[in-house]
Design a binder for this molecule. Structure first.
Ligand SMILES: Cc1ncc(COP(=O)(O)O)c(C=O)c1O
Length: 359
């Protein structure tokens, strides 16, 4: 069967070479005579896999030594709770930059654990632009400032890292490894794996040593950074296969030239798609050009009926999962690292053809 170009927002496309390696390893991983799924997480071999995976990420993101790399469970939403539980302290305060669906959901969850403020001068959720940094109302006594560098739903991305006097927490679920970041500018970065790191089940948390302290007393062990640091991410049985896939994904991208090389191609992919949309009379992207995401490109045709037709016609051409999120409708093409330039070019050619035939 022919493989399709999968534009899903997550779980998302994986490098084909990774899938082939996984296929080869399936019955006999590293000469164990077993699949990696059957190997004990307490075995020396699996511990080695965990350490190797952490080291690969350290190398690729140039993570300084005073940061821990934790491999946790419960996805992005797990971190919506873990971040406040671990960083707030009793009766403490935090600031949230709500720019879209995911930072809003994180803000709602955090309210269960402390005194949480929104800092932007708007109560809207699905923003198509990001208010100037000078308008943010920041609490100098906040325990941290939380933001989502790339909002997956509408496709808004920060072109800069906010410089603030408190630890900065970033949900990089939909942008980790998509471009170069200076990790030392952050107190904590986390990312669920199912977009740029592999498959669902494992969540990476990169956290500065001094921020790992006793969490709130109600914190379950599975969400405690202290517990995960002290058990080297093997507190309980982790998502072993997800860690294995992440290991393969990291090795693959390292061999392809690392984050600098990935970023260059990602910029090119996004540029040609936005350029095409902007010069087209039929397709519209509503995001302020300054804040457009390189990972998630939302667009729409003049009517909801045309959007529906587009999705099914695209599928016939092997271009799948182009429907926008149900919350906002329209169309969306997610261009994660594993989406090749050829996939984006094929999409643009299809968009041109669709306009000629249907609009
Ligand atoms: C930026 C961002 N944060 C968090 C999440 C939620 O992740 P999960 O489904 O792993 O809880 C998503 C999911 O798409 C996301 O895009």
């Amino acid at each position: 069967m022919k493989r399709v170009y999968n534009f899903a927002a997550g779980p998302a496309i994986l490098p084909e070479a990774v899938l082939r390696t996984a296929q080869q390893d399936m019955l006999n991983w590293r000469d164990t005579g077993m699949s990696v799924m059957e190997v004990s997480h307490r075995s020396a071999l699996f511990e080695e896999l965990v350490q190797e995976t952490q080291q690969l990420l350290r190398d690729m993101m140039r993570i300084p030594n005073n940061y821990q790399v934790l491999l946790m469970a419960a996805g992005g939403r797990g971190q919506f709770a873990a971040v406040p539980m671990n960083l707030l302290g009793e009766n403490s305060r935090a600031d949230y930059v709500v720019t879209g669906n995911w930072s809003h959901a994180a803000y709602i969850e955090a309210q269960k654990y402390g005194s949480i403020r929104r800092v932007l001068p708007t109560d809207a959720v699905d923003l198509v632009t990001i208010p100037e940094f000078s308008t943010w109302q920041l609490d100098p006594k906040a325990r941290y400032l939380y933001y989502t560098p790339n909002e997956t739903l509408l496709g808004t991305e920060f072109p800069y890292v906010p410089q603030v006097g408190v630890p900065l927490v970033a949900d990089m679920t939909s942008c980790i490894l998509s471009r170069e970041y200076d990790v030392s500018q952050f107190g904590l970065i986390y990312a669920a794996a199912q977009k740029n790191l592999g498959q669902a089940g494992v969540t990476v948390v990169i956290v500065r040593d001094d921020l790992i302290t006793e969490p709130l007393s109600i914190t379950p062990g599975v969400l405690s950074y202290l517990v995960f640091r002290d058990s080297n991410s093997l507190y309980n049985t982790p998502a072993t296969y997800a860690i294995y896939i992440m290991n393969l994904v990291l090795k693959y991208w390292q061999a392809e030239g690392g984050v600098a090389a990935i970023e260059k191609i990602n910029q090119q992919k996004a540029q040609i798609l936005y350029d095409y949309i902007d010069q087209s009379d039929a397709y519209v992207n509503s995001v302020d050009p300054h804040y457009r995401s390189a990972m998630n490109v939302s667009f729409s045709l003049p009517t909801p009926e045309l959007n529906i037709q587009f999705v099914s016609a695209a599928k016939q051409h092997g271009l799948v999962n182009l429907k926008g999120h149900s919350r906002v409708g329209g169309l969306r093409a997610s261009l994660y690292n594993a989406m090749p330039l050829a996939g984006v070019k094929t999409l643009i050619a299809f968009m041109q053809q669709f306009v000629k035939e249907a609009v």
